[in-house]
Design a protein around this ligand. Structure first.
Ligand SMILES: [Zn+2]
Length: 63
């Protein structure tokens, strides 16, 4: 079984934090090492799939 570890310090625990990229007018979710803070992944802070589903239902569109 894979056990994720930080590529910088080998720590195995992670946290997530909302960040605003410089010169950006949006937020993203950063997954980072709980010990050294190295970012290991980024994701949209909104669940885009759920948003599209809600919009389609609101507009009576079948997807
Ligand atoms: Zn680390």
């Amino acid at each position: 079984m894979a056990r994720p570890k930080c590529p910088k310090c080998d720590h195995t625990r992670f946290e997530s934090t909302l960040i605003s990229p410089k010169n950006g007018n949006f937020k993203m979710l950063a997954v980072h090492c709980a010990k050294c803070g190295a970012i290991v992944g980024m994701a949209d802070c909104h669940d885009v799939g759920s948003m599209v589903q809600c919009l389609a239902e609101g507009l009576n569109i079948s997807i």
